[in-house]
Every structure is written in structure tokens, then in C-alpha cells.
Design a protein around this ligand. Structure first.
Ligand code: SGN
Ligand code: CA
Length: 548
């Protein structure tokens, strides 16, 4: 561990001893004694869970009563965002408390550099019991964990494989339920009562290709969801990047793997414009089913296919777009229904076992997601739906129930928050801010006025161009670079849907000057630079991801 780290406290028992307090299970603790106990942390993260699909934010699409409990009993963050809207970089930022250009995990391609110090390693050295279950997606195993069972790469929805340090196993069933079973089993059977713990409970759902649990097939395939205002966005008023991104429901969403039309049905209908890739992915997933699972699937998705066969010959593009949106939402939201139920199981367990008061429970996602807004699925852009991420935190000892904050917090801030909560001073080179003042309601102590964002994975899946930018509560300024050189400015208050790039509008001349200065200030503060931009482009060239 770095010797710049000044450690304030050791084990929970150590603190008790030093304050002359002995608070065992047999003796109930007074409030003052509890104050001295280091909190447990349950970090719940799902994959690609849009805030638009959590009813604490909006109940237009789905009710999520269990996730909402965290807002009701804790704090809802309405302006939480990521530093780089893609899976593995977000996870690396969470664990290291650093921006991607510093920890080096800029995209999903290269493995995480395990010489980085992560906050669970520090907690572990300081006496925390550490465990991780579910999706990590790092290309290597987590360090500093007493126990982990993680999915290889993206993992599978049905009968998934898991990696442990003792070998791999395949577990029959549905991934969201299994990850929860593993989590509850650890809490019940291997948690050490004498030590505080940090538990990472990491869902694969609702990541593409959105395979729900059988118990939700019928209900969700029968539902119709409201369309977003910008479903038929023509990208006028934005830049090249929005027009060239490959994440449009009509053009880029696969009829088989995404919309669950059997490859033979799609081919019979002459839908060969989609590459074989989507057909192959569907077949691979379908082949994973046991016979019983396949029967359950066919019983509901068979009729969906039949209906589509009837309708397709008479569908124009907008009808197909609308149908695809409904199919997408039905499966995506059904995946979330299972996440919500399972979060409820874990919260119930904590409450029943007396772990409620002094456990920080976080619910978040590795980034946001487009649910048809701008005609899109996927993420990556600095635009709100992918830049923002859900964040709800319950911690009865510190957070006033029903708190809401619109302060701009980032996934960058978790590491320092948890270290401070545990009484440990964070290493100097972490780049976030501890959220403790917000959690404790000391809003005046929070003075961040802008956040920095940088996305790299281009060329790559969905072809979202490289860009970095600065975001304040009022504005968003982004620079798209590498094979273009374009700036975009959005007026967040007057144009919340981000439909008009006002970068060249003379009325915003002053704003552009101010924000460019702010952007430069943040690039310097976080040690990002043109040289690093070039370094990461060169890395793509050297590894063949960019062909010269
Ligand atoms: C897969 C998905 C993409 C997605 C990336 C990254 N395609 O490649 O749509 O953007 O993962 O997602 S899929 O049809 O194979 O699922 S991330 O969450 O891991 O960053
Ligand atoms: Ca993700």
C-alpha cells in the first residue's frame, strides 16, 4: 500500500478497544457506540440500467418498488454521471477513483492494469472483509477480495459460467437470481460478524441482449410502453458524431438477437439486411437453454414471432421502428423487473438481520442508456441519457430519509466516499471528491461546479466518435476529435432534450469562452492532455484497432 496513505483506523475491534467500548452481538450498542463502528458497504450495480427505468426517477416505463426504497429511506441523486460512458472504464474508475486516462482502462478492449491500487484493496488491508459477485468485465480478476465469483466477460443470462480463484463453475438458472443467491449465501454463511464488510453485488442485467426471466415473459410481452419524444430524431441540429453513430433502433438493432425473431423466421421474411452476426448471437444464446427453458421461451416468444410474420409484410419503416421499440422495452424492462425483485431480497435480508442502520447501500449502474431517445439504444455519448447514471444511497445512520440532491456527482467519487466512511484517508492521487458532506446534509460544503468527461472507444462497436467535454448544471460543451474536429454546446436548461447545438450561435459566444477555459482547467486538474489523447490513439494503431 502507498505510504502516502495516512490510516486513521484499523479494525472495528481496534477502534472499540481504543475508545474503551466493547460492543459485541450479545450487548446491544448505544447510538454513541454505533458511531464508532465502521460501516458495512453493499455496492449494488447493474449494467446499462437507465435512470429513466427506475420509478424513483420516473414511473413512465416501470415501477421499481425495491430500488425506490433506497430513495425513500435514503438519498436520490438526480445529477449523477460517469466520466466515460462504457462498462469496463466505468468500473475501473469506480474502483480506483481515477479518470480513465490515468488508470489506463479507456475502453472495453484492453485488460485492466492491476498495478492500479483499488479502494477495496485498501479496505481489505484495513480489516474489511471483501466479496464480489456478478459482472466485473475487466479481463482479469479483482484484487483485494476474500472471495469472488464473477462472470467471464459479459457473461450469460441463462445457465451462466462463473470464474473464482479456485476454478470455474456453471450454475443452472437465470443470472440475476443466481447472482443474488450467491450474495445472500455469502452474507448468511461466510460473513465475519466481528469485521465490517464491503460486498459488491453486480448484475449483468439489463445488458444487451436483454433476455428476461421466464416468470416475466408473459406480462412484459403483453405490454405497450410510451414512446420517447425523440424516437424519430433526424439528428439535424447536432454534429457528425450523432449522425454517424450506429445505435439506431431501426438500422442497427438486430431483429434476432435483440428483438428475438427466430433467425429462420427473419430469413423467410427476407430480412437479410442484418448481418449473420445477429442470427449467430441469437442461436448461441438459444442453444444455452435447457429443454425445459426452451419450452418456456417458445411458449411465449413463438406467438410473438407468429404475430410479427403476419404484420411485417405491411410494415413501413416507422411502423417497424415502433415495433422494435416495443420489443426492446418489453425485454429490457422485464430484465429490470428481476433486478428489482432481487434487490428487494437483499434489502429484506439486511433489514431482518439488523444490518440496516450501519450499512451503506448504494444502487447505481455502470452508466446510463438510451431507451429509444434520439432513436437510439446503447450509450457512450456525453448526452444526458448515457452520461447520467442512476444513484441512490441508503445509510440510516447518516442520511435523512427522502433526501434528494441535484449536485453533480460522478462515479469517480465512490472510492473516496467509502474510504472516508471507513475513517481512512484516501491516497493523494485519487481524483474524486468524497460525497460525505452531501450524505450528511452539509450541502454548503460541496462546491463542485463542473465535471469532466472523456470517451475513447472509436473506432469500435456503435461507432461513437472520441470526445471529451465539460458539463455544468447549465451547459454542456464537447469536443469530438480524431477523425473530425467538431465542437458542440448544449443549453441544458432551455434545451433539455439536447436537440440544438448552439456552439456557433453568437448569443452563446461568452458561454463558449468561459466553458473552454473551464474545460482546459479541468484537463489540467485531472492531468489529461493532447499528448495523452494522441497516446491512446497510438495504442489503437499499435494494436491494430486502427488500420493505417
Ligand atoms: C456488446 C454489445 C454492445 C455494447 C458492448 C459494450 N453487443 O458488445 O451493444 O455496446 O457490449 O457494452 S452485444 O450484442 O454483443 O451484446 S458494455 O456494457 O460492456 O460496455
Ligand atoms: Ca454497461
Amino acid at each position: 500500500m502507498s505510504d502516502t496513505m495516512k490510516i486513521h483506523s484499523l479494525s472495528r475491534a481496534g477502534i472499540m478497544a481504543s475508545t474503551g467500548i466493547l460492543c459485541s452481538l450479545a450487548v446491544s450498542c448505544t447510538e454513541a457506540e454505533k458511531q464508532n463502528e465502521r460501516p458495512n458497504i453493499v455496492f449494488i450495480m447493474s449494467d446499462d440500467h437507465a435512470y429513466q427505468a427506475i420509478s424513483a426517477y420516473s414511473n413512465k416505463l416501470i415501477e421499481t418498488p425495491n430500488i425506490d426504497r433506497l430513495a425513500r429511506e435514503g438519498m436520490l441523486f438526480t445529477n449523477a454521471c460517469v466520466t466515460n460512458s462504457i462498462c469496463a472504464p466505468s468500473r475501473a474508475t469506480i474502483l480506483t477513483g481515477k479518470h480513465a486516462h490515468i488508470h489506463g482502462k479507456i475502453d472495453n478492449n484492453f485488460p485492466f492494469d492491476t498495478t492500479n491500487i483499488t479502494f477495496p484493496q485498501i479496505l481489505h488491508e484495513q480489516g474489511y472483509q471483501t466479496a464480489m459477485f456478478g459482472k466485473l468485465h475487466f479481463g482479469n480478476n479483482p484484487k483485494g477480495f476474500d472471495e469472488f465469483k464473477i462472470l467471464p466477460g459479459q457473461g450469460d443470462y441463462y445457465n451462466p459460467e462463473f470464474i473464482t480463484d479456485k476454478g470455474d463453475t456453471t450454475i443452472q438458472g437465470y443470472v440475476t437470481d443466481i447472482i443474488t443467491d450467491l450474495t445472500l449465501d455469502w452474507l448468511e454463511n461466510r460473513r465475519r460478524e466481528e469485521d465490517p464488510f464491503i460486498l459488491f453485488y453486480l448484475h449483468k442485467a439489463p445488458h444487451r441482449e436483454w433476455f428476461p426471466a421466464p416468470r416475466h415473459y408473459k406480462e412484459f410481452t403483453g405490454r405497450t410502453f410510451p414512446e420517447p419524444e425523440t424516437l424519430f430524431d433526424d439528428y439535424e441540429g447536432r454534429g457528425t458524431a450523432a449522425r454517424e453513430a450506429e445505435m439506431n433502433l431501426l438500422k442497427h438493432m438486430h431483429i434476432s438477437s435483440d428483438n428475438k425473431i427466430y433467425p429462420e423466421v427473419a430469413k423467410d421474411l427476407g430480412m437479410n439486411e442484418m448481418s449473420e452476426w445477429g442470427f449467430n448471437v441469437f442461436n448461441r444464446k438459444y442453444d444455452r437453454f435447457t429443454e425445459a427453458q426452451r419450452e418456456q421461451w417458445d411458449a411465449v416468444y413463438g406467438p410473438v414471432n407468429e404475430e410479427f410474420k403476419e404484420m411485417y409484410p405491411n410494415m413501413n419503416d416507422s411502423a417497424l421502428m415502433r415495433w422494435k421499440y416495443q420489443r426492446y422495452m418489453q425485454d429490457y424492462l422485464a430484465c429490470i423487473a428481476a433486478v428489482d425483485e432481487n434487490v428487494g431480497r437483499v434489502l429484506d435480508y439486511l433489514d431482518e438481520k439488523g444490518l440496516r442502520e450501519n450499512t451503506i447501500v448504494v444502487y447505481t449502474s455502470d452508466q446510463g442508456f438510451y431507451l429509444g431517445e434520439h432513436g437510439w439504444f446503447d450509450k457512450r455519448f456525453i448526452y444526458d441519457e448515457s452520461f447520467k447514471t442512476p444513484l441512490l444511497i441508503r445509510w440510516p445512520e447518516k442520511i435523512k430519509p427522502g433526501s434528494v440532491t441535484d449536485e453533480m456527482v460522478q462515479n469517480l467519487d465512490f472510492a473516496q466516499t467509502f474510504l472516508e466512511a471507513a475513517g481512512i484517508e484516501a491516497p493523494d492521487d485519487m481524483q474524486g471528491e468524497s460525497l460525505m458532506p452531501l450524505l450528511e446534509g452539509n450541502y454548503e460544503e460541496w462546491d463542485r461546479d463542473a465535471v469532466y468527461y472523456h470517451y475513447y472507444e472509436y473506432p469500435g462497436f456503435h461507432m461513437v466518435k472520441r470526445h471529451y467535454g465539460v458539463v455544468t448544471k447549465d451547459y454542456k460543451l464537447a469536443h469530438f476529435y480524431y477523425d473530425i474536429d467538431e465542437w458542440e454546446l448544449y443549453d441544458r436548461k432551455n434545451d433539455p432534450l439536447e436537440l440544438n447545438n448552439v456552439y456557433d450561435d453568437p448569443a452563446y459566444e461568452e458561454v463558449v469562452i468561459e466553458l473552454k477555459a473551464k474545460l482546459q482547467e479541468l484537463r489540467e486538474k485531472y492531468k489529461d492532455s493532447k499528448e495523452l489523447d494522441q497516446y491512446y490513439i497510438r495504442k489503437y494503431k499499435d494494436s491494430g484497432l486502427i488500420k493505417e
